[in-house]
Design a binder for this molecule. Structure first.
Ligand SMILES: Nc1ncnc2c1ncn2[C@@H]1O[C@H](COP(=O)(O)OP(=O)(O)OP(=O)(O)O)[C@@H](O)[C@H]1O
Length: 228
């Protein structure tokens, strides 16, 4: 469960990117976050994984209040939340297997558990055959699959994605979306900021529209549209 109550965010330069956001997202939901450029979509989702802190208001993720969460506890929060970025953010010197295993090695899982979990998620994203390849040997779509595998290897309850298809061609974008649908079908909550109108209007889910730091519309099976 994700809860935001009266969330306000002012950046040090004076820009107000969240101006009183109230929202509840239930376990297992699939939510698109749409809106014009600069509307505050990235800020909205960055606050969910504490990449940015709110200036005021309450953000509660799976019972943890991010406002009072000490910095030293942030790594524990990140284990419960998978994050997928537009630009993949893979470690270039590690191969596919190692990029995914890294998330488990830092929490000192046993080598046997790591092998099993990494091989399972690589199979899920269709990369079992490419586990020894390096990021620069992969297509953009394959790199995004690695980053999705990495985001779910800890079995998080929530996966947050910031424009995950932003750097991909249309066919590859659909493939990536099908993987997100599969992950959601297993019960994982997905919160995804996107500019992809066709995807939002075809793979129907809840649509939250952010404009000027506010939620201006929130509809189940919603359409991609906003005022400005
Ligand atoms: N680190 C920052 N410091 C200062 N201002 C910022 C920072 N990050 C974002 N902003 C500002 O906050 C507002 C919202 O930005 P945000 O990135 O959340 O928008 P967005 O809806 O994700 O945009 P886009 O669709 O272009 O990615 C913008 O005016 C932006 O310039």
């Amino acid at each position: 469960m994700i809860v935001m109550k009266n969330v306000y965010k002012k950046y040090p330069n004076g820009v107000v990117a969240a101006n009183g956001i109230n929202v509840e997202i239930d376990p297992g939901e699939f939510v698109y976050v749409v809106g014009p450029s600069g509307a505050g979509k990235s800020t909205f989702i960055k606050m969910m994984y504490r990449e940015e802190t709110s200036t005021s208001g309450e953000i509660i993720i799976n019972g943890v209040n991010l406002a009072t969460l000490r910095n030293s506890r942030v790594p524990f929060l990140r284990r419960q939340i998978g994050v997928v970025f537009q630009d993949f953010k893979l470690l270039p010197k590690l191969n596919v297997y190692e990029n995914v295993a890294f998330a488990l090695e830092v929490i000192e899982e046993s080598p046997k558990t790591i092998r099993k979990k990494v091989n399972d998620v690589l199979a899920l994203v269709g990369l079992a055959q490419k586990s020894r390849m390096f990021p620069d040997e992969l297509s953009g779509g394959e790199q995004q699959r690695v980053s999705i595998a990495r985001s779910i290897v800890n079995s998080p309850k929530v996966v947050i994605a910031d424009e995950p298809t932003g750097n991909l061609d249309p066919d590859t974008s659909w493939e990536i979306m099908r993987i997100f649908e599969q992950i959601n079908a297993r019960g994982t909550t997905i919160v995804m900021a996107t500019h992809n109108r066709e995807i939002v209007n075809t793979m129907r889910h809840r649509v939250i529209v952010v404009e000027g730091g506010l939620i201006t519309r929130d509809e189940y099976e919603g359409e991609y549209s906003y005022e400005s």
